[in-house]
Write a protein that binds this ligand. Structure first.
Ligand code: 26W
Length: 837
């Protein structure tokens, strides 16, 4: 039952008003004030970076009242809220996005111009907020944008890593990693909540204690504690008053640390130890799809979850005193298994602290959490060594065992007593080294499990978790991923946005399905010409960037053929390289050959310890060296590796692209979201029937996409009957020639043998079926080149791609979550300046 609302607003004070800034508070005034009073600079000493910082503070100031008002409104109306828990947020830059969402971009640009500043230039001084690895982290950022835009009472929670995803340099063709200290010049966007700190416990032991009434309970004692302090980042919705909150935790030593050592006089030692606890939020783990099982990583996960649950429960208790209301008021979405320790943590709080019995606690827990799976790659499934888990979280291990015991009891009674089935379902793996399987825990402890595309959900249900699906047939759902049109079209591609808006108005930015209307202009030759001019404009910007970065001259009329994403064997950048070498060989055989010019662009980071992926980067750079410097090749073919791929770089590359490479081996790319960004910017896709490619094809029409390769089932069949890559090599002269060239050090005469492991892997195992898909890929690429020749037809296909991409808006995805899983409804803030309601 709801308590009487105690969320009274401070009234009558000039300091607390709901009024939006009066006109005299112009952005130029606020900007000037911050330059002078916050940064202490004048006209002479001001730098462009100062200008960026002061402008961001001015823009943040403009959001503050909406931000406060939104939070207050959520507090007063007390709707059901959703909490998005993610260890990663790949936010990119925030200034341009904030200006667009506040509908303030043009005005701000003009005002700055009067003061002699160029907004476009100033924006470049913002350092990316790169607190994520790839798809999963960027998805979280897109969903924040949509949750705010849809006015949902939603809260993001994460970690404020001091070091984001590493900066990638290329040295002698090899990837080299540098630390990304993104906070070095300060961060104008997040604010420290000085009074919001929680204590997080680690290690210690569990004591069984007896209450006076004779019942017993468990006490987690002798722990090593760390503080979590809150930093808040505003998340403005697009053209709405709602400004949601992203709360990031930073680790801080508790102040009463190590008294024993302190008393012994080892003061310096004790202060130095302080650093230990603060390492928890120091650095983002740079692996995606590979779990290392490191102690520090588990610490991060629990640190994050413990602080977040304390915060959620504190907020719940302001208005409620009945725990049964919890699942009616709170939904917690777990972004992959990384925050799944939240399940035993909530159980611990309910049982040990709130003194609810097991059944009641379990009832509440399993109605509160939902889990999204983002990968079926086996190396990415998180399992924690039981000893590590029990040492750090002794009480949680007990609880996990008890969850498992009760679950397996249930299974035996109602489903199957077959030992093999039970072993697969068990949350604890058997064998000499027992492990806690986080995905199994997630499925048992939540009310909804979702995949991120149709095929991915199907594979989860039938291949990865078939028994779970039989036990809980209604638990598995699909919510196909989406991307935010604000950042990925409106901000990244202003020229295309203007062209679209000139024809159909601006509503599409909020409702992407409206893009459908531009189909009406497909047969308008003048429109198509403008469409090509936009692409050429974007291409020229990228050409300048490439010239600056790589000193390569790119032919503006070539196909911009682009693969940008994390490097992983399953994503098969290698297959793309084999195509490049195939084209190179055609040119070498006949230097006068007439062929459609191509610029093949790569970008992406490999996990620092992922040797095979790093060697693919080296191969690309080696091939680029040979191809780009061969006079026979001229401007028929160029290979470009753009270093340090990031959200910001994606925003430059994607709008300039013609061809989007989405060529994972079928069955392994859960969804892909780059595929959506490219299509939304008018690139055509060459791709396998994998992830969301399948749904993109369904939407844009099969004549507007280039599909090739084995289907997911065919990959399984091929492997079942014994896949022999050597057979493909022997029987395909073009493939054989390409492989022989790599093997004979054609591209790396100064470093012979470096690709031996790669070639051996391909010839003997080829786990990702590169050879099996080679010919189909080459043939399809030839078709691409043929079709590119007919620019009018290509342009039509490009328009159809954009017009039919509406489904892949993150607004659609987030509303599906809100309806199918969260049961959360919008809280509309009125447009008036004054009070709520
Ligand atoms: C523990 C290491 C680790 C870190 C990240 C393991 C796994 C991950 C992620 C699950 C990897 C990831 O980013 N997956 C991607 O998620 C996207 C958003 O749903 C999908 O579009 C991509 O297909 C999927 O690879």
């Amino acid at each position: 039952m709801a308590k009487k609302n105690n969320g009274k607003v401070v009234n009558g004070s000039i300091f607390f008003t709901d009024k939006e800034e009066p006109e005299s508070f112009s952005i130029s005034n606020q900007f000037a004030e911050h330059l002078e009073f916050t940064l202490v600079k004048d006209r002479i000493t001001v730098t462009k970076d100062d200008a960026y910082y002061a402008l961001s503070l001015a823009v943040r100031d403009r959001m503050v009242r909406r931000w406060l008002r939104t939070q207050r409104e959520y507090h007063i109306k007390d709707p059901k809220r959703v909490y998005y828990l993610s260890l990663e947020y790949l936010m990119g830059r925030l200034l341009g996005n904030a200006l667009i969402n506040l509908d303030y971009y043009e005005e701000c640009r003009e005002l700055l111009k009067k003061d002699g500043y160029n907004l476009e230039e100033i924006k470049e001084y913002e350092h990316d907020m790169g607190l994520g690895n790839g798809g999963l982290g960027r998805l979280a950022a897109c969903y924040l944008d949509s949750m705010a835009t849809l006015q949902l009472p939603a809260f993001g929670y994460g970690i404020r890593y001091e070091y984001g995803i590493f900066a990638q340099e290329i040295e002698n063709g090899y990837q080299v990693e540098y630390a990304d200290y993104w906070l070095k010049n300060g961060n104008p966007w997040d604010i420290l909540r000085r009074s919001l700190q929680y204590r997080v416990k680690f290690y210690g032991r569990v004591e069984k204690k007896v209450y006076p009434d004779g019942t017993y309970y468990f006490d987690w004692v002798d722990t090593d504690d760390v503080l979590a302090v809150a930093y808040d980042v505003p998340v403005p919705g697009y053209k709405v008053k709602n400004v949601n909150n992203l709360r990031l935790w930073q680790a801080k030593a508790v102040s009463d640390f190590e008294f024993s050592e302190f008393n012994r006089g080892d003061y310096v030692e004790a202060v130095a130890k302080k650093n230990d606890s603060e390492t928890i939020s120091k650095v983002l783990y740079p692996n995606d799809t590979y779990v290392e099982g490191k102690f520090l990583r588990l610490k991060q996960q629990y640190f994050f979850v413990s602080a977040t649950l304390q915060d959620i429960i504190r907020k719940f208790k302001i208005n409620h005193d009945n725990w049964e209301d919890f699942p009616e008021k709170v939904c917690i979405q777990l972004n992959d298994t990384h925050p799944v320790v939240a399940i035993p943590e909530l159980m611990r709080i309910l049982i040990d602290q709130e003194r609810l019995g097991w059944e009641k606690a379990w009832y509440i827990t399993t109605r509160t959490f939902a889990y999204t799976n983002h990968t079926v790659v086996p190396e990415a499934l998180e399992e924690w060594n039981e000893k590590i888990f029990g040492e750090l979280l002794p009480r949680h291990l007990q609880i996990v065992y008890e969850i498992n015991r009760r679950f397996l009891e249930d299974v035996k009674k109602n489903y199957s007593a077959d030992e093999a089935v039970l072993e697969k379902l068990s949350i604890i793996s058997s064998g000499p080294e027992k492990r806690v399987r986080m995905a199994n825990l997630a499925i048992v402890g939540t009310f909804a499990v979702n995949g991120v595309a149709e095929l991915h959900t199907h594979i989860l249900k039938t291949r990865i978790f078939p028994d779970f699906n039989k036990i809980y047939p209604k638990k598995f759902l699909c919510v196909t991923n989406g991307i935010t049109p604000r950042r990925w079209i409106r901000a990244a591609n202003p020229e295309l946005s203007k062209l679209i808006t000139s024809k159909i108005g601006e509503e599409w930015v909020r409702d992407l399905s409206q893009l459908k209307q531009i189909e009406n202009f497909v047969d308008d030759a003048a429109f198509r010409k403008k469409w090509r001019e936009v692409k050429m404009h974007n291409r020229r910007l990228l050409i300048d960037y490439i010239k600056n970065e790589n000193n390569i001259d790119v032919n503006p009329d070539s196909i911009f053929d682009v693969q940008v994403k994390r490097f992983h064997e399953y994503k098969r950048q290698l297959l793309n390289v084999l195509h490049v070498i195939t084209l190179y060989n055609r040119i070498k055989d006949n230097p006068k050959i007439k062929m459609v010019p191509r610029t093949v662009i790569f970008g992406g980071k490999a996990a620092p310890a992922y040797y095979a992926a790093k060697m693919v980067i080296k191969l690309i750079n080696s091939v680029a060296d040979v191809v780009n410097n061969d006079p026979d090749v001229g401007d028929k073919l160029k290979v470009v590796f753009l270093k340090n791929y990031s959200v910001t770089l994606a925003e430059k590359i994607i709008p300039a692209s013609d061809l989007s490479e989405q060529i994972s081996v079928a069955g392994l790319e859960a969804s892909g979201t780059g595929n959506m960004k490219f299509a939304a910017n008018g690139a055509l896709t060459i791709g396998t029937m994998d992830g969301a490619n399948i749904e993109i094809r369904e939407e844009v029409g099969e004549e507007n996409i280039f599909i090739f390769g084995l289907l997911a089932e065919e990959v399984v069949e091929l492997k079942a009957k014994g896949y022999n890559p050597r057979k493909y090599y022997e029987s395909n002269p073009s493939l054989k020639r390409v492989i022989d060239m790599i093997a004979s050090n054609y591209f790396n005469p100064k470093e012979p043998g470096i690709f031996n492991d790669m070639i051996n892997g391909l010839m003997n195992v080829d786990y990702y079926c590169v050879f099996a898909d080679y010919q189909s890929y080459i043939d399809t690429q030839d078709k691409v080149a043929q079709e590119f020749l007919n620019q009018e037809e290509w342009t039509k296909k490009s328009i159809y791609n954009v017009a039919r991409i509406g489904k892949f808006s993150s607004d659609r995805a987030v509303s599906e979550y809100a309806k199918k899983i969260w049961n959360v409804k919008p809280v509309k803030l009125n447009n008036g300046n004054s009070n709520h309601d």
